[in-house]
Design a protein around this ligand. Sequence first.
Ligand code: NDP
Ligand code: 8X3
Length: 251
Amino acid sequence: MKKTVLITGASSGFGQACARKFAAAGWRLVLAARRSERLEALRTELGGESEIHLWPLDVRDRSAVAQGFEALPAPFRTVDLLLNNAGLALGLQPAWRTDLDDWEQMIDTNIKGVTYLTRAVLPSMVERNSGHVINIGSTAGNWPYPGGNVYGGTKAFVQQFSRNLRADLLGTRVRVSNIEPGMAESEFSTVRFKGDEDKAAQVYAGTAPLTPEDIADIVFYVANLPPHVNVNTLEVMSIDQSWAPFAIHRE
Ligand code: NDP
Ligand code: 8X3
């Protein structure tokens, strides 16, 4: 039987690549993001209109998430896979110079948005005793770096939220996974640097970063494992990325 995936942040990067991947495999799609014109273009590209439902959505809007989910047409409301992918980093300033609005937007999107979607979709999964929540965390949730302050904090939340969901769901057939990519080239850095394309390009210069298609392959693999197999966390980096030694300040 045809399965349904609900993808947040489907207008760009990982979400868009996942939409292409799951559509090619014959899944029914619910595509959510704020930029509806991008979603329209993706639907046109993918064809099969009756199998794609667009959901113009700001995941920070709690009532829009709850009401919008309940209003989904019947076949699209039976979600087999919720991909909590919408998210962003804003700025790379040290904590004492950051813009508090940036921090708030990251918290509202990366933390609250994930909880709103999960809370909306989970009851029907538990009722059907079937389903999968895949969250897009980050290496930033595991490893600190200068300027990662709140962004890394939001992804650490996603990691522990994913684990605690598993604890709550033990005894059901509902799976939860947290995928934790490192540096990947998408619009992520353009958003982080507020439209500064040159600065964004420098992040990836001279490297072979992960691509959105790499992440889509991984998400697809994790989603299509046998139903008794639950990938808890999967951290992935480009071969050109590794860890730094501990930083030491010397007088
Ligand atoms: P992109 O900037 O290319 O895509 C981000 C997506 O999130 C867009 O579709 C955007 O849609 C959506 N989004 C942002 N805010 C909202 C909102 N308030 N409501 C609904 N949708 C929203 O970046 P990526 O594809 O790289 O990022 C996807 C996820 O992967 C994020 O959670 C990010 O933190 C994470 N990640 C990225 C890494 C990277 O290096 N690229 C590495 C590790 C994790 P729209 O603007 O249309 O609403
Ligand atoms: C994105 C990866 O290193 O920019 O989550 O935080 S990083």
